[in-house]
Write a protein that binds this ligand. Structure first.
Ligand code: SR1
Ligand code: MG
Length: 425
């Protein structure tokens, strides 16, 4: 049995070269001489091993799933098959929005291992957001990515048999959906075992939110939408840790939480993470107000992401509506262009409201649940950290509960500023 056929084994910096040297897609890039390869394990996410392998010729990324949640340990088993779903999500995203994701060189299902392009010198977007670094074109890439992958993975565009096959394929990613269902939509709203928050500074607002009947009802409406509305193929975990940036280049990574779900989920999670980065600035600026311009830049990214999304979604609606929904035969072909535009407006409005609701729960779970984000977590002074987290919790509540009463982004951004005590527009 050669190494490629052997049973699953988690790899490390010492065992990885022997595995990789048998893979032509690797040696064609790195060469055969493993003695001059440099291997580093750099995974800082919650689930997987991630290696950078460099040779004098080139470099690659190797991502391997572990049979458990890395963040928690082997007491929480997790299927290796998530690598299979991630691979299939990446191939579809590459087709639907070319250039938006890293190139995949090789996939080994048994080893739950994906070999892909090393994006260098890119950094995880969260780090730029903490350092106050701006990236041109960021909102354009993210908004277009959402519009293209969400539209082209749905019955607005796909051959419906293929779409149903994909629904069936990805439905088996149930363990990762289960994580989202619990950690995002339920745990934050009660005293769940794995929860944690900045204590005691947030105790009062946490108690208030967990006693908030309207919030608990609306959060479950969002969960219901996530669980039952298999509208399109989602990235499933589109936060600032799933985006890599360098200068004006942006790439989207890590779709292992891929599932069929409602369109507003990805874009809502994305917007939530920008809003949290906005509130975290006080914990990262050298002096109060130093980052005010940067704060406004973050809000402009939120605004432009939604505008880009809705513009590109509308273009796709008009030019690529080839699926079984809102067929041109019923509308344009009957001279009823106005019906097509009316239906588009209704769909965008539904996505908008979902976007706000999903953004709100994401803002709660990153402060109240198990999986926090580094923008807040790296603020060592707990008083200051809680001052950053508090407005995020408040805005999250407004987004979940009042999403149907917020007709546009200007209103959302004004509210964001108001909770931050920033009156400038
Ligand atoms: C146990 S996994 C916790 C979180 O990490 C991932 O990045 C997802 O966001 C998940 O909810
Ligand atoms: Mg991830």
């Amino acid at each position: 049995m050669n190494a490629v056929d052997s049973p699953y084994k988690p790899l490390d910096v010492d065992t990885l070269p022997a595995r990789l040297v048998e893979i032509e897609e690797v040696t064609s890039r790195l060469g055969q001489d493993t003695s001059n390869w440099k291997v580093r394990e750099v995974g800082d996410g919650n689930l997987n091993l991630v290696f950078i392998v460099e040779s004098p010729k080139s470099s690659i990324i190797v991502k391997q799933a572990l049979p458990y949640v890395r963040l928690v340990g082997d007491s929480w088993p997790l299927p290796l098959k998530r690598a299979f779903f991630e691979y299939h999500a990446l191939t579809r995203q590459a087709e639907r929005d070319p250039g938006s994701v890293p190139e995949i060189y090789f996939f080994d299902e048994t080893q739950a291992l994906i070999v892909m392009e090393f994006l260098s010198p890119h950094v995880i977007l969260r780090h730029s957001l903490m350092q106050g670094v701006r990236h041109g074109g960021l909102a354009k890439v993210l908004g277009n990515f959402c519009a293209r992958t969400l539209f082209r993975g749905s019955d607005l565009s796909m051959d419906t048999t293929k779409r149903k096959e994909d629904v069936a394929l990805f439905v088996d990613n149930a363990a990762l959906c289960d994580i989202t269902e619990n950690l995002v939509f339920s745990d934050p709203y009660f005293d769940a075992e794995m929860n944690r928050h900045t204590t005691p500074q947030l105790d009062d607002i946490v108690a208030e939110l967990r006693a908030d009947i309207d919030l608990k009802v609306e959060a479950q409406h969002m969960k219901s939408a996530f669980c039952t509305n298999a509208e399109t193929m989602l990235h499933g975990d589109l936060h600032a840790g799933s985006v890599m940036v360098h200068g004006d280049e942006t790439k989207i990574i890590d779709p292992e939480f891929v599932t069929y779900g409602p369109m507003g989920f990805d874009i809502g999670m994305l917007i939530a993470n920008f809003l949290m980065a906005y509130y975290a600035q006080a914990g990262h600026e050298a002096s109060p107000g130093e980052r005010d311009d940067y704060r406004e830049w973050i809000l402009s990214v939120v605004d432009e992401t939604w505008t880009t999304f809705s513009t590109e979604f509308s273009r796709l609606w008009r030019e690529e509506r080839t699926g079984i929904l809102y067929q041109k035969t019923l509308y344009e072909d009957q001279g009823h262009e106005v019906a097509a535009e009316q239906a588009l407006g209704h769909r965008l409005n539904a996505i908008w409201q979902d976007t706000l609701g999903f953004a709100g729960v994401e803002m709660h779970r990153r402060i109240l649940g198990l999986a926090h984000n580094i923008e807040f977590e790296s603020i060592e002074n707990e008083d200051l950290r809680s001052q950053c987290e508090r407005p995020s919790l408040k805005l999250g509540r407004q987004l979940v509960v009042n999403r149907s009463r917020m007709p546009n982004m200007a209103m959302v951004l004004d509210l964001a500023r108001e909770f931050e005590g920033k009156k400038h527009a």
